[in-house]
Design a protein around this ligand. Sequence first.
Ligand SMILES: CC(C)[C@H](C(=O)O)[C@@H](O)C(=O)O
Ligand code: SF4
Length: 467
Amino acid sequence: MSPKTLYDKIWDAHVAHEADDGTCLLYIDRHLVHEVTSPQAFEGLRMAGRKVHAPDKTIAVPDHNVPTTLDRANAKTMTEDSRIQVEALDKNAKDFGIHYYPVSDIRQGIVHIVGPEQGWTLPGMTVVCGDSHTATHGAFGALAHGIGTSEVEHVLATQTLIQKKSKNMKVEITGKLRPGVTAKDITLSVIGATGTAGGTGYVIEYCGEAIRDLSMEGRMTVCNMAIEGGARAGLIAPDEKTYEYVKGRPHAPTGDQWEAALAWWKTLYSDDDAHWDKVVTLKGEDIAPVVTWGTSPEDVLPITAKVPSPEDFQGGKVGAAQRSLDYMGLTPGMPLSDVTIDTVFIGSCTNGRIEDLRAAAEVLKGKKIKVKRAMVVPGSGLVRAQAEEEGLAEIFKEAGFEWRLAGCSMCLAMNPDQLAPGERCASTSNRNFEGRQGYKGRTHLMSPAMAAAAAVTGKLTDVREMM
Ligand SMILES: CC(C)[C@H](C(=O)O)[C@@H](O)C(=O)O
Ligand code: SF4
């Protein structure tokens, strides 16, 4: 047998049919659904008089539109459009008999946090969702990627997806990370090195000692941003940490089924002499705590650097850099650590898990914020409950943070949590596009520890100075 990558193995195990031109019909193990990209898909089923083919493998949760304030049960806190989408999901979940975590359920949260938390996401699976950050689930060694609304309808109706295979890309992070450097710094640094198109046409497998050393939470952070690097999906081979995380979760297999699953999971790694179409290697010790300065996730620099000048770039990037700097209101040559921050947002499917909250609380312990506003939005109701149990919520509140309910929140301006024009935010989310967090809002992406450090000083700050 010819050697295979992890991606090849999962792909081959799910091909139901292959056409002459290489187009395949893939079997889908898990279909995650949220309120934004599903209403028309369910409507399509309804009009065709169809059922959901595999309701047991279909899991829905509202996350993008839901307010995160404590009074969110009051429908008036939502815009009309948001309310309609959430109500449609309530009704569709009921009518089609799929698994559902409504706003009132403590398990509700961001779909990419809820899936792994509940044990829906398992190694070797194909996982899809009408959402680009489905890549997150790749941390379990699952082939996970976003799909469009018409594909959502196709998967609902058939539990299959029409796909062409991507190429194989290996991103290796060798050695150890230095103190203060986290999974978020890895994933941003990779995008800084490859650009937002570096992964186009590929599925990335992240490997190397620094990746192995990450917790499951950290691995999810890395895979989450594979999409910002242009890739179809990101993957990490499962290992003992993966099995440990999965074991005992509500929907994880048990007994004989667990043993059978484990036997298959242990075959899920890239063979030594497998073929890679592209390889990128970064040294763990070369990665610094980073922040973004511009309006693309590839605009990444170590916190110790200065705001770049358009002349530092070439070709079309000169104009793009100028536009970014104008939008961000930054002057070339200014130390990044002099940039003052108005708002801090800790949350999102990139960094809204318990480990992220612990890292931020560690920096904030006994300190007060200097920014105008700061909020922590746990990725799920269960993360929130655990953080309360561990005393993290108290640390945040005493520091001056708002302690919110779960949702996508200020990651994107689709709910009441938004930046005002010109407001500058230190954010643990994944996208810094123009207007992403609110009209004319300015976003700097970074790790939870770095965001907490910025909250304390009121400026972009090197967290290593606070350790
Ligand atoms: C709303 C949804 C379709 C979108 C996505 O696909 O990623 C959102 O989650 C985002 O992060 O921009
Ligand atoms: S938290 Fe942000 S990135 Fe993640 S699904 Fe929600 S809007 Fe998309």
